[in-house]
Design a protein around this ligand. Structure first.
Ligand SMILES: [Zn+2]
Ligand SMILES: [Zn+2]
Length: 766
């Protein structure tokens, strides 16, 4: 006698070959029924003999398709209706779609084999893909995920592709972006010498130009890259000059993992990140110097080819290590539209390798590191976005608009938190446009009505993101304090809503409850009850406010003004420039200064004393420089960083640096003693707080915790105290994680009740 059941599968289950997989599995177990893409996931109805049903469910649980990520399988028994065969039914679209859109996938081995097989119809075709691989988020225009809702809508399938698309036994069954050279888009090469058409000819010429030392703009999955030979110092220097990018490291693409291993020291964990389906840029210790690629940096960022086009470029003889950097000038977001790329990059690229398939939205490469606590995501974008990162306990739709730097936005729909790709610095006009597009994109994709939304923003009244949140005109508006959002982001990832923790939030800049610039805060509490600030870095003055982040000596002035017997730092060995003296004047007179507890700025002050006296050219540069200096030291005893009352006093730390510098001590040892001292002081403070509050768990978040050496030191120290540490894994510890934390606190009504309308202009000097 036949049995029957209905199954609903939630998670990343659409656009990843799930229906053909279900079809084959049902047939293999002689089951009748159907499968379809519903709005909450994949819906399956099965009938047949009981052992067949059980075997089906067993395989579904243990051997899903490689690109799928199952969040939940719901099985209900049903009454057999007497079907004779198994079919794939049309997609359903009635209510709000809550299905997850798959992130983009790297080209699979089966497609690669065909790509280089001379008798295959898709031989050398740069848009080859199947249900196991290829573009997803970067081609989706709407849900459900079907071809008319993708950027492939203008390329009707020919007979060959259609036959594969219709065949449930084929790897390309309902592969929405499927195409071949006969019916699909192609690549061309545009340069001052004229245009070259035809994918193969264009790609071969592009590879030749790269090996001749030219700079190419290459259209990829989520935008344009600027590519050049990483081993050619002249072209790398030319790229820096044309892109107005002075020192920020360039990402590299290595032809294969062996080449990657020759560039960087790849741990097993780093290698598995490098080859993971997200194919991110992995930061790892450099094994060789590549002039101009990552100046003053002991790490290199490396990724592997992920599109068929990348593989073809290398096969055509492109240099085996390429600089592959987002195509933009300085802080602008990645260019992704052809006209925009041609105009914005005309003075940078010698030639353009342009593919016809439009890009639905800009998605940068992601950046990760195999850290002391597991994988750390520093930029979450291609391969990860727009995956859900957390399951919320309540169903209210929430839009959290993040912070102004490293912006991301989070949309919570039906309890699933979707975090957008990295958007960037909202001070830039192009980024602001990208921000607005992303907000609209998410709201319309998940069909959320604006009037049911709760909108959450940072409590900084002058943030661009705050202004945009207000401008949406949605009455349900909440502000969440920046550093509480950092701590909440870690807990949201883990679904820990009630757990009380000590939350350490260290970063560069954030608007505090009292209107001053916070960035060295310790909280106690939980997401559901909120976080109370229990300790912080001793308050310093910051001449010029946030602008001081550009100039370590300017940031240093307000900290150093509190040191008794301060020597003249414009003299050797410090040689601070004139800007320092001006800043010190402002601090002493109390003009245009702001109170701050920023640990990021404390790092800047220490870096300045150690010799980083110039302007920074990218965010966090001085702190990274200091960390690398400390890493190169053989070892050093920690400086004092006492915790008294509820303050961590930075004065002994800075005093020690000055004394040791005057005594001619090796700057590497001084940097190490500073970092170690910082870790010990923080560890003592946390241990004290945890004992008083009876806490066992410590949360670390904020941009400062991108410093791996600090994490490694803290790990050892806190474990000795019997404390457990939680850090970010799904979203970045930097401001890229703020939107998730905002959403979490807002979901529990934890808004910022102390937010004030203006930035504090306290001019007290100390
Ligand atoms: Zn494939
Ligand atoms: Zn075709």
């Amino acid at each position: 006698m036949a049995s029957a059941c209905s199954i609903r599968v939630r998670g990343v289950v659409q656009g990843v070959g799930f229906r053909p997989y279900v079809y084959r599995l049902a047939r293999a177990n002689t089951l009748a029924g159907w499968v379809l893409n519903g709005e909450e996931g994949v819906e399956i109805y099965l009938e047949g003999a009981e052992p067949g049903l059980q075997a089906f469910v067993q395989d579904l649980r243990t051997q899903p398709p490689p690109a799928a990520s199952i969040a939940e399988i719901e099985i209900r028994s049903a009454f057999p209706v007497g079907l004779n065969e198994f079919t794939i039914r049309d997609s359903q679209h009635q209510h709000r779609p809550t299905v997850r859109i798959s992130p983009d996938l790297p080209v699979c081995d089966a497609c690669l084999k065909e790509l280089f097989d001379p008798i295959d119809p898709r031989y050398w075709y740069p848009y080859i893909n199947c249900t196991n691989c290829g573009p997803r988020y970067t081609v989706v225009l709407g849900l459900p995920y079907d071809r008319p809702n993708t950027t492939m809508q203008h390329w009707p399938l020919d007979e060959y592709c259609d036959a594969e698309y219709q065949d449930p036994g084929n790897r390309r069954f309902h592969a929405q972006p499927v195409a071949c050279p006969n019916c699909g888009p192609s690549y061309c090469l545009h340069s001052a010498d004229g245009d070259l058409n035809g994918s193969e000819a264009s790609i071969r010429k592009a590879a030749l130009l790269l090996s001749q030392g030219r700079i190419l703009a290459v259209k990829g999955l989520g935008g344009y890259h600027l590519a050049c030979d990483a081993r050619n110092p002249l072209v790398v220097a030319a790229l820096r000059e044309r892109k107005y990018r002075k020192e920020k490291p360039f990402a590299l693409m290595a032809r294969d993992i062996d080449i990657a291993r020759s560039l960087v020291d790849l741990s097993e964990k780093a290698a598995s990140l490098l080859t993971s389906t997200a194919r991110p840029i992995v930061l790892a210790p450099a094994k060789m110097k590549l002039a101009g690629v990552a100046p003053d940096n002991s790490e290199l960022g490396v990724m592997l080819p992920y599109t068929p086009l990348h593989h073809l470029l290398f096969a055509a003889g492109a240099p085996e290590v390429l600089v592959m950097t987002s195509a933009n000038r300085s802080s602008e977001p990645i260019a992704y539209e052809d006209d925009e790329a041609l105009s914005r990059l005309s003075g940078i690229a010698d030639a353009f390798l342009i593919g016809q398939r439009p890009i639905a939205r800009r998605v940068d490469d992601s950046v990760v590191r195999a850290g002391a606590f597991g994988p750390a995501i520093l930029r979450r974008s291609r391969g990860y976005a727009p995956g859900a990162v957390a399951a919320f306990p309540n169903k209210r739709p929430i839009l959290a608009v993040g912070a102004d730097l490293k912006n991301t936005v989070t949309l919570v729909v039906d309890g699933q938190a979707f975090v957008s790709q990295h958007i960037g610095d909202l001070a830039d006009y192009q980024s602001l446009r990208a921000f607005q597009e992303t907000v609209q994109d998410l709201i319309s994709m998940y069909e959320v009505r604006p009037d049911e939304l709760l909108v959450v923003h940072d409590s900084h009244p002058q943030y661009v993101s705050t202004a945009h949140a207000v401008a949406l005109g949605i009455p349900q508006l909440l502000a969440v304090q920046h550093h509480r959002a950092h701590v909440a982001s870690v807990l949201a990832e883990r679904g820990e809503w009630e757990t009380r923790v000590a939350g350490v939030s260290f970063d560069g800049t954030g608007y505090g409850d009292d209107g001053s610039i916070w960035g060295g805060e310790v909280f106690v509490g939980s997401v559901s009850e909120g976080f109370e600030r229990v300790a912080h870095l001793r308050t310093a003055s910051l001449a010029g406010g946030d602008a001081a982040a550009q100039h370590p000596v300017q940031a240093a002035a307000g900290f150093l003004a509190q040191i008794e017997g301060l020597p003249d730092l414009t003299a050797p060995p410090f040689l601070f420039p004139e800007r320092y003296r001006q800043a010190l004047e402002l601090v002493r007179k109390g003009i245009r200064t702001f109170d701050t507890t920023s640990v990021g700025r404390l790092f800047d002050a220490a870096a300045a004393l150690l010799g980083f006296t110039r302007e920074v050219t990218f965010e966090g540069q001085a702190a990274m420089w200091l960390e690398q200096l400390a890493r190169s030291a053989p070892g050093a005893l920690p400086y004092e960083f006492p915790f008294l009352g509820n303050e961590l006093d930075f004065r002994p730390l800075l005093r020690s640096i000055i004394v040791d510098r005057l005594n001619g001590r090796d700057p590497r040892e001084i940097a190490r003693a500073f970092q170690r001292g910082l870790a010990e002081g923080v560890s003592d403070a946390i241990a004290t707080i945890c004992e008083v509050e009876k806490l066992k768990i410590v949360v670390l978040s904020g941009g400062v915790f991108q410093n791996e050496l600090l994490l490694e030191d803290l790990k050892g120290l806190l474990e000795n105290e019997g404390l457990q540490m939680w850090t970010n894994h799904a979203v970045p510890p930097n401001d890229g994680g703020i939107s998730l934390g905002q959403a979490a606190l807002a979901a529990f009504g934890q808004s910022d009740r102390n937010a004030r309308g203006e930035l504090c202009t306290n001019s007290r000097s100390q």
